[in-house]
Ligand binder design. Sequence first.
Ligand SMILES: Nc1ncnc2c1ncn2[C@@H]1O[C@H](COP(=O)(O)OP(=O)(O)OP(=O)(O)O)[C@@H](O)[C@H]1O
Length: 251
Amino acid sequence: MRKTFEPRPADPVIIFDNVQKTFNLRHARSLKQTVLAAVRRRDRFEAFNALDHVTFAVAPGESVAVLGRNGSGKSTTLKLLSGVLRPTSGNIYTMGRVAGLLEVGAGFHPDLTGRENVYLNAAILGMTKAETEARFDDIVAFSEIGNFIDTEVKRYSSGMHARLGFSVAVHAEHDILLVDEVLSVGDAEFREKCHAKMRELQAAGNTMFIVSHSAEQVRKLCQRGIVLDRGVMVFDGPIDDAIAAMQQKRR
Ligand SMILES: Nc1ncnc2c1ncn2[C@@H]1O[C@H](COP(=O)(O)OP(=O)(O)OP(=O)(O)O)[C@@H](O)[C@H]1O
């Protein structure tokens, strides 16, 4: 007898379990107010929830967009995923190597050359010297930096800086790629090249988490969207519905 069965969904590679991130905001006060607050033993800080009990899971190979207005908690979500920030409460699990494209090239040292920075940034992303050497030519070719690779990075234009940073990150070994707004850097031709590279990584089974203000960009790259509104997750589902939910929130 033939038996049918439901395939078991793959174990998630990202779990956000009831995650809360609170920042302490310091109030600007006059000297008199500061003294009064100290005398009355009042707290001069106000707790602010950048993320409020957010829960979701991401399956391997999924590409998820994080949408929301300015200050809704998108970058905070990515920083928590990359480990740059720790949650105030709740748990975050990630499986495999996570590479962040948070502020591309932010790890570049201005006084070092492009070549030296490639090795430095690749090491930050967890690559060994041998791995970087093997990919060095591809990294430089993709970035279109050419002979400027031996010039100090402080002489680079912002576009060159971003191109080299993007190139290092996409050539790193990773299972989960975090992308924050970087798709808005560079000219149209380079953006299209970045999109093509990301689609190639998706086809190879990479999981992606993308923050972008551009509905068109995320529609092309993601199947699913999470919408945040003042730190609260208000939608999680198919990308077209997520974009519609975000646009409704804007009205
Ligand atoms: N280190 C911090 N200290 C205090 N508040 C912070 C800190 N980082 C972020 N915030 C606040 O948390 C909220 C969420 O910030 P976040 O950068 O995650 O928003 P975002 O959705 O990425 O915004 P944008 O679209 O403008 O990039 C904002 O109100 C921001 O001011």
